[in-house]
Each structure stands twice: as C-alpha cells, then as structure tokens.
Ligand binder design. Structure first.
Ligand code: ADP
Ligand code: MG
Length: 468
C-alpha cells in the first residue's frame, strides 16, 4: 500500500537533488503530505503565497517527482491553510489541483538499451533559453558594464562584430548564465530565423560521451556544426576532458569560419583555465574576454527593486537597504535572501519589516557560514560512539553515554550560537548548569587523556568538514 508520507518522502529526496539547499529548506520543508487517494497526492502548504510560488517556480520539479513516484497518471493537489487572522477560528483548507502536466517528449517509456538509443534521444535535451533571462531584467552597473555592452553588441550583430567568441567570466552567482542567455533571447527576438543553442558544457560533454557509445560522433558534430549561435555555459567544465575538447575544437573552428557566433562563460579568465588544450585557449582569446565583478551597493539595490517589481512584492526601502548592505557576496545569494524573507513573512503572517529582515538574515547567514546545527552535532557524535541520537537526550547514566552527551554539548557550545539554556533544552530538557559542567569536563579530560583528545579532534574534523 502506498502511503502519503512515504510517497512524499520519496518525492523530497528527488527534489532535494534538484533545488538548492536554501530553496529546499524554504519552500519544501514546511510542506506536509496529508492524503493519497486514487493517484492524487495532497500536500498542505502554509499559505496561498506558498502555493503560487511553488507553482510558478517549482512546478516542473514537483511534477517530475510526482511522475517518478506515481507514474504519468499521478496528480498533485494542494491544500492551503487559510488563516483568517482570528485565532479562534480553525484554519480551513482549499484544494487546488496542479495544472495538467504537458506531455514531454522522450519521457521514461520503454527500456531503451544503449544500442537502440538513437541520435534523437541524444538531443532530447531542452536547449531552450529561460525567457526571464533578458537584457531587460539584467541590471547594469559598474560591475558588469563592459560584459553587458559587449553582449548587447553581439546580440545586435551576431557573428559580425569582432567579439567572436565572446567570453564572459566571473565567480558564482554573478550573472554569467543570465547574460549569456540574454544574448540568445535578444537574438531570437530580433533575428528570429537564427538557430540559437544554449548548452552547459557539462551537458555538451555528456552528449559527446553518449554519442561515442552509440557510434554517432559524426552526427553529434553535424548537429553542432549547423548551429548559428552557440552558447556554451561554464566552459571550465571541459578541463581535463581531452576528447571533448578536441571535438569542441573542431566545432569551434567550423562555426567561427562560417561566421557563426560563439558565446562562452567561465568561472575564471582563460589564462587561469587549467587542463585546457593550448590551441583551444588561444582561440578563446580571439574575440573579447569580459568579466563580471561583484555588484556594488547601488547595483544591489537596483537588483532588489527589479526583482520585487517582477515578482509583484512590496518591501520597505529601509529593509531593501539593509539587505543590500548585508549581502555583498553575489546576486544569487541576494535573491535567495530576498525570497527567504518573503517566505518567512508569509509563513509567519507578518509584514516585512526591519525586524523580520534581521531575524531572517540571521538564520540564513547561519546557513551560509554553514555553521553546524545541533541536530548534526548530535547525529555525528552519537554515530561516532555507536549510540542512538535519543540516547543523548534521555536519562541514561551509562558511562559511554554520559561522555558522548557531554561531548555533544561541548560542540554545541563551540559551534552554534545557541545559549546554554537552549542547548540544555535540546538534550532532553537539562538545565544550563549541566551544560557548563559538560564543557568544563571535556576541557579537563582533553588536557589529561590522550585517547579522549584524539576522539575530540577526530570529531572536530568531522564537524568541520560539514562546515566547509
Ligand atoms: P552565474 O551563472 O554567474 O553563476 P547566474 O546568471 O545564474 O549566475 O545569476 C544568478 C542569479 O542572479 C540569477 O537569478 C540572475 O537572474 C541574477 N542576476 C545576476 N546578475 C544580475 C543582474 N545584473 N541583474 C539582475 N539579476 C541578475
Ligand atoms: Mg551559471
């Protein structure tokens, strides 16, 4: 018998692989499966906003997971908790089935072995561009001015400017994929008969490997030789892959000689690309290399405004400034924080104000620093001593349990921001003096007992690994 909890747990494992951790925690953790009947899985979401957000941003991920679990007939139904703002009235739920799943080509039917896989399977991959990634939504700032205007010039006259190839490089989350796709989208809007192909270098590599397996290298090469505009994302992925580089070299030459446009992105400048053939690297430098830098404060503000506008959300100016001020690493992270903030507001039924922004940011920055959580500490320590996590929380006074418990408390004090009181709370409601005692004991034993010391050091390593 299929049970809703089990089905949903399986869905979650698949979803977890497909979305970023922060998004997973924000949007999928709070979901509760409540029923399964006649191919329909019902999940409860905390608010209307949640439902809309999931349907807008994660509908494919959800659908794929559901189809994997329940087959093509499977359906998802949302039960939305409506809070009428009156604490006495019970929340009531409304059910909304997801829109019908569009038929996908080449879905998992039959049992294709690699022999009868044909070249269509190889290119069944969706080369389409994300329509949100346009120049219109790409905010210009000092950090990206050159790359952006070169990209725009290329989009107006692909293959004709001297920016061929155009190589955009920059750290994670700084807009490489967005800009590269904006070029593709712009071309499709103005010169629509061009064949634009966007492909991550990782995908390109996989396709090549597949084509070797089924003896279709020539077809692979023909496919890419026919393209008018090739966008190869994250080219650093080709490092060390000689055969893929070789085929790319030929494709590159063919396209370049035929006046076709090549756009590439990379996480570092070409000269720092390791494991790349020299002849390929020298070609990367033929056109223009432009970098994306970390956005400055004003650009961050502008990006938040743009994002709010496109998602139809309203946030006070003070909060925007606070966010722009606090998150200066990259744009993906900035967007992540903004989204979490909205989700928190919606979850807690609160207006978004500075206070909420501060608490939200604290929990996230926690995640960003990847500080270890108390759960993780308890799990790691109990596994190390071959105990159950519950043992750490119950009353047992067995020596090995006591030591493990004290160690876990000690690490909780060292590695989390929790107060002594809440650490005690997480260990079966012990009081703060027990925690102080544990920390003291561990410190003392560490100094005198060398075996204990090496256990502590080993555990430290395990916990640190997690925080890298
Ligand atoms: P990268 O490919 O460099 O890792 P992405 O292109 O995926 O980064 O960008 C991460 C996120 O930041 C995307 O959601 C993208 O839309 C957004 N973003 C990046 N640069 C800008 C920009 N200049 N203006 C608006 N949004 C941006
Ligand atoms: Mg990218």
């Amino acid at each position: 018998m299929l049970n809703h909890q089990k089905i949903w747990d399986n869905c979650l494992s698949a979803i977890r692989r497909n979305v970023e951790e922060q998004a997973f925690n924000t949007w999928f953790d709070p979901i509760v499966p409540i029923n399964y009947d006649k191919n329909v899985l019902t999940i409860q979401v905390p608010s209307q906003f949640f439902y809309e957000w999931l349907e807008e941003h994660y509908v494919h991920v959800l659908r794929d997971a559901i189809v994997d679990q329940l087959g093509e007939e499977g359906k998802l139904e949302y039960s939305i908790v409506i809070d009428k703002g009156n604490s006495k009235s019970e929340p009531y739920t409304i059910n909304l089935p997801t829109t019908q799943r569009p038929d996908r080509k080449n879905s998992k039917e039959g049992t294709n072995t690699s022999q009868d896989k044909n070249i269509d399977d190889l290119f069944a991959y969706d080369f389409n561009l994300n329509s949100n990634y346009t120049f219109e939504t790409f905010i210009e700032g000092d950090c990206n001015r050159l790359a952006r205007s070169a990209g725009f010039a290329v989009a107006q006259r692909p293959g004709i400017t001297s920016f061929n190839p155009l190589m955009v490089y920059g750290g994670v989350g700084l807009g490489k994929t967005h800009l590269a796709q904006a070029i593709g989208n712009e071309i499709l809007q103005h010169i629509s008969d061009k064949g634009v192909i966007y492909v991550p270098a990782e995908k390109f590599t996989q396709q090549f490997i597949e084509s070797v397996k089924i003896n279709k290298i020539q077809e692979f090469q023909n496919f890419y030789n026919k393209i008018d505009i090739l966008i190869l994302d994250d080219v650093q992925f080709l490092a060390g892959r000689e055969k893929t580089q070789e085929i790319f070299f030929h494709v590159f030459n063919h396209l370049h000689q035929s006046g076709k446009q090549i756009i590439m992105t990379s996480d570092c400048p070409p000269k720092d690309l390791k494991g790349m053939e020299e002849r390929l690297l020298s070609r990367f430098k033929w056109g223009l290399t432009a970098d994306l830098q970390q956005p400055d404060f004003e650009t961050r503000i502008a990006i938040i405004h743009k994002k709010m506008q496109s998602d139809g959300i309203n946030i006070p100016e003070k909060v925007i400034e606070y966010l722009a001020y606090s998150v200066d690493t990259n744009i993906r992270e900035l967007e992540g924080v903004l989204i979490s903030l909205i989700a928190h507001g919606s979850l807690m039924k609160k207006d978004i104000d500075l206070e909420l922004a501060k608490t939200t940011l604290k929990t996230i920055v926690h995640d960003i620093d990847a500080e270890v959580s108390i759960d993780y500490i308890q799990k790691t320590v109990s596994e190390y001593f071959h105990l159950k996590t519950e043992d750490l929380k119950d009353k047992t006074r067995k020596k090995e349990v006591v030591i493990a418990r004290q160690l876990a408390m000690y690490f909780a004090k060292e590695y989390t921001n929790l107060s002594l009181k809440s650490i005690g709370y997480h260990f079966g409601g012990r009081d703060h003096s027990t925690v102080i005692h544990a920390v003291q004991t561990v410190n003392d034993m560490y100094d005198v007992d060398s075996r204990f010391r090496s256990s502590v050091d080993e555990l430290k390593k395990k916990l640190k690994m997690k925080s890298i």
